[in-house]
Design a protein. Structure first.
Length: 101
């Protein structure tokens, strides 16, 4: 009888520990979805400074700018797509210098 009670207690503790771990990871996933937005707001591609457009055409001649975003620091996030179907995101300042973020 003691073995049965001990097995029940250990099983209960094991299930409780797994339930706790699952709820922690669920909270982490929800935070990660919100974080990448940062403080960039979408702008029209036509509103980009000429220096940024020139830098894209110089360094990525086969790229087209799909979307553009701007933050309060006057930095730009650009979503580019290349002719071969690949895409990526780059960051630049108002003078057309590339930024690593």
């Amino acid at each position: 009888m003691r073995k049965l009670i001990l097995a029940f207690v250990l099983s209960f503790v094991g299930f409780a520990a797994m339930a706790q771990a699952a709820s922690v990871s669920d909270q982490t996933d929800k935070t990660a979805v919100i974080a990448p937005v940062q403080d960039f707001e979408e702008i029209s591609v036509s509103d980009l400074p000429e220096a940024v457009v020139t830098a894209v055409s110089k360094d990525y001649p086969t790229a087209s700018i799909d979307k553009a975003y701007k933050n309060a620091s006057n930095q730009f996030k650009l979503e580019l797509s290349l002719e071969d179907g690949t895409s990526g995101t780059v960051y630049a300042d108002a003078e057309g210098n590339w930024i690593e973020m």
